[in-house]
Design a protein around this ligand. Sequence first.
Ligand code: GCB
Length: 668
Amino acid sequence: MRKLWTAVSVGLFVIGAGALALTIYLWFGNWPTEQKELVDHLRSVAQNTARPPEPLVQNSRGRERVSLDGRWQAVIDPYDRGTLAGLAPRAVEPKTPSDLAEFSFENGLTLAVPGDWNTQDPRLVFYQGVVWYKTTFDRQGMSGERVFLHFGAANYRASVYLNGLLLGEHEGGFTPFNFDVTGALKAGENLLVVRVDNRRAADDIPTPTTDWHNYGGLTREVSLLGVSTAYVRSWQIGLESEPGAAGSVIAGWIETVGFEAGDEGVLSIPELGIEQGFAVDPAGRARIRVPANPQRWSPESPRLYDVEIRAGKDSVSDRIGFRTVAVQGEEILLNGEPIFLRGISLHEERPSDGGRIYSQAQAETLLGWAKELDANFVRLAHYPHDEFMPQVADRLGLLVWEEIPVYWAVDFESEKTLTRARRQMSELIERDRNRASVILWSLANETPEGPARNAFLQNLADLVRQEDPTRLVTAALLTGADALQGFLLGGYLPAVAGFPVSKWVFDVRDPLAEIVDVPALNEYFGWYYSGGLALMLPWSSHHMRRVMLDGMAEIEIRTPEGKPLIVSELGAGAKFGMHAPAEDLVAYSEEYQALVYEKQLAMLANQPQLRGLSPWVLKDFRAPLRLYQGVQDYWNRKGLISEKGERKEAFFVLRDHYARGWPETVTP
Ligand code: GCB
């Protein structure tokens, strides 16, 4: 009995002491709120991991907007430890000097947003992994009833945490995304943390290996966008009919959110005297068809009109050019007239020091160089560039090819990979569907042929045609084994061995050419095909280059009849300032690069189906693939301009041809 009594007393004492300790702990300790935060954080992670961003609010720069750009605190996290207990997402900092701390945003790295991280800190030049970004902001001053958090791009995966809770995730390094944060914003200070991971797996788009630098980070603007509860989300307005057709028509659609069927709005183009009412259907969409005769947008006359859409309390505006683009047989027609695309390819790298561009002025410099070449066309390779590229192109009068990074051999068998490619393509089209300059959507670059590849790209082409039937579909083809074999065995190698040069046929028989409206071809006559082969054959590379250059005019490029052809790459490497007599054929000398351009342009002028070209490439760009030290130093040297902005000899060769109106001036 006594024992029982003692046991009960001890038990009661323990419970009492425990309760007292818990009360003191709950009352005075700082853990409970942190535990609550942690629980909320973990719950948000468990519930939201798969939540994709909301459909894109189009024309972010034309909305009520508060920029969150500036210097953000950052932590390089090679082992991805910041996710542990939500340390990074909640920006947990030690509160007393005795606290055990293993993480802090304070007293360390800060990074400029927008900006790639690689060029901001020497530790990050080749870094592939996780970096945490943190900023705080106040929504004060924003009148929008709904607020979106908008990212221009984050390479490659971004997990976005607002006030410690996971908002959602986005993957794909080059397209914009936004989250509706209306309900998640607090009065006063809000904490925004983003985990950016630039690693990619074999089933991602692109794959881990590419011939460009994998710039990580919040590479484009971050902002808050304000809209009314019911708002105009997206629109596509363009010219439907060719000049000369009986009556021309501005047509398109408007998509709204939060309106009821029958709610009305107005499309206004004051300079054309258009005030066109519309009413939305139950899905919030309205079709537009207005007779109009705008001045056509063209490279010679890049006329843009102010377009305004008003619905309820919302009003959005855009600057839109009106033109048509079509393919007819082997012609590309702009405003019903055949056009030749005198182009250049470019990466989205800063004009003076490499790194991702982050300002409109940098876009203007790059595209200004294209204008200096007398180009009327640019290929924005190999991924979507910042939105201001096509906007600047609209103003400068440059036709644009845009592409997603389905580059080399992606995992064509994988459903996930296809979904990723489709999403990137949709996001790109959604962003730029009103840019008159954009005439070509490119599906892929140099993809090895095969049934899985064909089905994948057919699927992507169908998507493009469904989402934007007003533009043309293209893809840069790989010069596959078939074409090379015939070319080498039937022409080039016999010539190398001393037999007389006859017609060298380069017959591209890729089924992808049938899928697209405009097949495009990357070819490197004078660079890889001669230089690479010399490493395996008993002739000197000088001899093999000589034969290639002397015979190049004999090349006949064959693609399926009845379609226009673009040569989407050609070129040779040259290091600015490296000189050697042209006849010495010294690889990487400016003279050799210039000679390759001379020979290529002479040969291409004789290709009957050729309707455009975009040589590779405007400016030297960073490429970890390029290991030839002293010459390449991790730069791809095929630029016509060096990474510091110096023009190489080949720049002037191409410019002189374009300025003379090449290829029309060349008599076959
Ligand atoms: C290509 C690729 C491009 C490379 C280029 C080169 O065919 O499409 O991404 O950078 O060749 O320099 O080898």
